[in-house]
Design a binder for this molecule. Sequence first.
Ligand SMILES: Cc1ncc(COP(=O)(O)O)c(C=O)c1O
Length: 478
Amino acid sequence: VTLDSGLDLHVELSPTRPARSLESRLRNAIVDGRLPRGTRLPPARSLAADLAISRNTVAAVYAQLNAEGWLQSRVGAGTWVSDLAAEHRQAQPPSTRATSRQSIDLRGGIPDPSGFPRRDWLAAVRAATLGAGTSELGYPDPAGTAKLRAAVSSYVARTRGVAARPDSVVVGQGFGELLALVCRALVARGARRVAVEEYGHSTHRRVVAAAGLKLVPITVDDDGADVEQLESLSVDAVLLTPAHQFPLGTPLSARRRRQLTSWADRNVAWILEDDYDGEFRYDRRAIGALQALAPDRVIYVGTASKAVAPSAGLGWAVPPAAILPDILEQRELAGGQPAALHQLALAALIDAHGYDRSVRRLRSLYRSRRTRLENCVASQLPDCELTGLSAGLQCILRLPPDTNEKHIERSAAERGLRLEGLAAFRVPGVTGSAPPAVVIGYGGPTPGQFDTALAILVECVREAIVTQHQGGRIDGSV
Ligand SMILES: Cc1ncc(COP(=O)(O)O)c(C=O)c1O
């Protein structure tokens, strides 16, 4: 039926008991909020006509709901939904989810959601919508809209030293989706085995495996991934985070970069460069993208998740020309692509320098958090050490030997803090010494949550250290 406000309401009546069913349908719609307070209902006569029932039946239902307080009516003013339902909903006890302490995210790689550049994004959406030609409102090129490919190619060339042209860029829904497309393209070309860093993003490893590729771990040390191991592993490709190893935070050394590109050239193998936070370096020693050293062998991938927001859902790949058509083939087989209007908005944001502004603002926010974290550890957790470059959104808190990472994860969770031990990032089944540590994603909390996050962290780490010491004494005395 169409309400007076012009809204449609779906009402299904029982043919044998139209009055009972109309009454319960309307009551339910009011109680669950589908008919919000103040909604005007049609006059009994027109609702009766819509539903092919008698006017008296509708009038009796309205009278009943009026008597119960769900509806209000006045002669001359009609019938509308009263405030009762809204009050009724507010009086319900909130679910345990809402009452439980709001959780604070200190997991690695998560950006502060409140850092989203709302005003600049809004201006970009407006400019993109007004500026879109009619042809841009149809299906976009599978590689992405021309405007975004042009904006990205000059952005990554300028800020990361990537060798890119507009027609070498493929737009995707972020790193994860582009990784899936690239892996499927590799499989279609006959690839079987991909090396991954021993520590990394577990979801990305699952994406690689889901494409049908076997994962082969390589170790990571203070110079980044030990790429010399690739020589004996007969892999078709390697997935790496060269600027800032995730989550350990070391850069791939210059010597290893040369070894790596030489291996790829000699073996006609592919390097997947995950440049997830390359713009966020705080010590003025930014290292350019690896891709520039071997543009024919490196598939470079970047993301807008850190500088805009994960909800922007956009990223870009710059693959060598030899594999680009295979990736586009997989894009078509995936059956869709990121919304063109959204791509145009990101292009407008980059063109108006709103993207650079956001990077600069977030860089200074994350740099100051990093300093506060360092000061906090130095003064309050003297038995621990922070490691990892002064870059990105996460670093590693090294714990005294035998401290239980899981204990810290659990007690943090009980206090509403989401935090992961380093073991959670390791390829399952890999052995070898792994001193205890937790990953601190200082990007995740909002500004108002950051001090609380540090306080909870200190409490949980101290508690785990004390528990471990007590455990040691008890064990020793038995
Ligand atoms: C290692 C790594 N790569 C890439 C990304 C970005 O992924 P996406 O673009 O899918 O948000 C993240 C974000 O957490 C990450 O930690």
